[in-house]
Design a protein around this ligand. Structure first.
Ligand SMILES: *[C@@H]1O[C@H](CO)[C@@H](O)[C@H](O)[C@H]1NC(C)=O
Ligand SMILES: *[C@@H]1O[C@H](CO)[C@@H](O)[C@H](O)[C@H]1NC(C)=O
Ligand SMILES: *[C@@H]1O[C@H](CO)[C@@H](O)[C@H](O)[C@H]1NC(C)=O
Ligand SMILES: *[C@@H]1O[C@H](CO)[C@@H](O)[C@H](O)[C@H]1NC(C)=O
Length: 334
């Protein structure tokens, strides 16, 4: 009997997992990144038509919160196709909240690195380039909470979001890791030659950054506390198409990535993977059942849930999760 129950538990099939969808408003799709408010559990996400939406709980749902395109018009932009990003509408990707100051840092693929206050509205641009090179594809952001320092990526210095397929076809490796120092308001380049820098997270002690290289199919650990540049780095994980990286309270990291479909050998299937600071896989969550072969952009742990964003769907996925375990429907009643 005991063995029987143990086997049941270990093989808990995907259909038993508690998965819910937070549906975006009817004309919004393509959530890429998320940023949570600690106290309320409400969160921000950027969608394909240039809006930053705020989720305000089940009763209110998603409301318009901000945008980075200076001339954005709702009538022209709302509902823009996920595959046709428009510079007149903007395309917010990564976002991160500095909790103490309530500053929401935003990477917009067209408008670079900026910030929003608690009232939202038009994003204040903080920087559009570094070392004489403009940002072409501002993509991911991480805020180190104790210092307020902001780390962000320019996925490519050569190709913008409308040229993504070209970047893939030439194996672009001109991405950069950047740092915004809140004290002196300067942006510095920390690392270059990244093969499409799509995600970044920094450990609690600010000793290293993990940066995903989406086109290069690798995740790199970059040591930050070192006198000279370039910083030392090593490849610590080689899952295909790694995207955003989010740190957990326990100093692990959730990586949105993929695996090759063994049946077709060609298509990729979406995964959420929890890794440690050395890139070792601690846990894998298969997301194919809900996302098919759509890639996922971000997996983030908040409260006792995993939230999943994908720039190819029109909802945020939510999986119950506690103490390192995926919870099934049978747990939902308590
Ligand atoms: C916004 O509109 C103004 C006035 O029509 C124009 O001069 C400006 O170039 C536009 N900016 C962008 C980023 O489209
Ligand atoms: C790295 O990038 C710099 C400029 O960003 C470029 O000059 C250099 O050739 C690159 N190095 C390699 C090995 O690609
Ligand atoms: C990354 O992985 C994908 C899918 O397996 C593959 O098609 C692509 O060629 C790989 N890219 C590189 C640069 O290795
Ligand atoms: C992804 O899935 C769709 C429908 O399920 C299928 O038509 C398509 O061929 C798949 N794409 C790849 C690259 O396997």
């Amino acid at each position: 009997m005991a063995t029987f129950f143990l086997l049941c538990f270990l093989s808990m099939d995907a259909s038993a997992i508690s998965f819910n969808k937070l549906q975006l408003p009817r004309n919004a799709a393509g959530p890429e990144g998320m940023a949570f408010e600690l106290r309320t559990g409400h969160f921000f996400t950027g969608v394909a038509d240039g809006r930053i939406l705020k989720y305000q709980g089940p009763t209110i749902g998603f409301v318009d919160f901000g945008f980075a395109a200076p001339n954005r018009s709702k009538s022209m932009c709302d509902g823009t196709d996920i595959l046709k990003p428009n510079p007149r509408c903007g395309r917010p990707l990564g976002m991160a909240l500095h909790h103490r100051t309530r500053r929401l840092y935003v990477c917009d693929a067209f408008y670079g690195f900026g910030v929003l206050g608690p009232k939202g509205g038009f994003v204040t641009q903080l920087s559009t380039g570094a070392d004489g090179e403009p940002f072409r594809f501002c993509n991911a952001i991480y805020v180190h909470q104790p210092t307020g320092n902001v780390y962000f990526t320019d996925a490519s210095s050569a190709y913008d979001i409308t040229q993504f397929q070209t970047a893939v076809s030439v194996d672009d490796s001109t991405g950069r890791l950047l740092k915004y120092d809140v004290e002196n308001k300067q942006v510095t380049v920390l690392f270059r030659n990244l093969s499409f820098a799509a995600g970044v997270a920094v450990d609690k002690a600010e000793k290293f950054a993990l940066v995903s290289e989406f086109i290069g199919n690798k995740t790199r650990k970059i040591w930050l506390q070192q006198g000279h540049k370039p910083y030392r780095s090593e490849i610590v994980n080689s899952l295909p198409t790694p995207d955003n990286i989010k740190r957990t309270r326990l100093d692990d990291f959730w990586l949105a990535a993929a695996r090759t479909d063994r049946r077709t050998e060609s298509s990729l299937l979406p995964l959420g993977v929890r890794i440690n600071g050395n890139g070792n896989v601690l846990q894998t969550v298969n997301l194919e059942q809900w996302y098919g072969n759509n890639s996922v952009s971000e997996v983030e742990e908040f409260g006792s849930k995993l939230y999943i964003a994908s720039r190819l769907v029109d909802f945020i996925g939510v999986i119950k999760y506690k103490d390192g375990k995926i919870l099934g429907r049978q747990y939902e009643k308590n």
